[in-house]
Design a binder for this molecule. Sequence first.
Ligand SMILES: [Zn+2]
Length: 296
Amino acid sequence: MAGSRRTYRTMAALRTALLGRTTLSVECRRLEGIEPPIDHVIEEIRLRNHAIEVVWDNGVVLSTKLKMFGSWQLHRRGEELRRPESHVSVMLDVGQWRAVCYGASHVETYRDFDVRRHPMLGSHGPDLGRDDADIEECVDRMMEYEERDATIAEVLVDERVLTGVGNVYRCEAMWACEVHPWATIGEFKRAECRELVTLMCETLRADKLGVGRVSRAVYGRQGKACMRCGDVIKVTHHGEANRVLYWCPGCQTTHQPLTRPNFTPAYVDRDATRGDTHPAAQIFMDEINARRAGNF
Ligand SMILES: [Zn+2]
């Protein structure tokens, strides 16, 4: 089924229903690998090695290979399963939608980026998800970051610097601090590093407490106007980990580099329409709605 029209339609529909949503629960049958994350935002739906993959903003990937009659289907909240429960391989709940994978031959999870696995690699940085996280230690690790020409966007997802914070908070903090995502870490002063880390930490905690559900300035807003400068928000893949990066070229200009950073793979602008407005997604959703209408 790899690459078939049906696969792409399914992925478009999954993107529509899941991207940018927080995961409330995931149940997997015969899962190989770590437990999929809850309370994390779904960042990507992609096809890799004939498997449909769900990627969370903390870099955890759920990979599903389907049998001949396997499929991913979307159910509205409260809607009954369409196949017997014994066929369910994965059930992923984001509140408004339940995405159900029926008939997978293989379900596994893995980490998308074990950052530059290296024997010389030091210990993990503080876990910002903990209330007693040591912000100053994160700042120390940024100031002592060995590769001084690494970009700030990369440093902020490096587990040697800090852990426990997803990509949503990285993108939002860089926007809030008006920092250019490709600014090199060597340019940053201690106070600037502290501001970034503190912001990530505070936003994470506010989100966890559900305090007004902090609205997002850039994350998931590609193609929309920046609320600070009015420029168009962009989405890019960036860095060795190739994570999705949302940013505003209009106002994130602090420490803007004069040249492109010298690493591969090159960043690639993604098609801004790949989100919820994808025509295939629309067709799929129309079909679902029509089917539902017929049921009543
Ligand atoms: Zn802007």
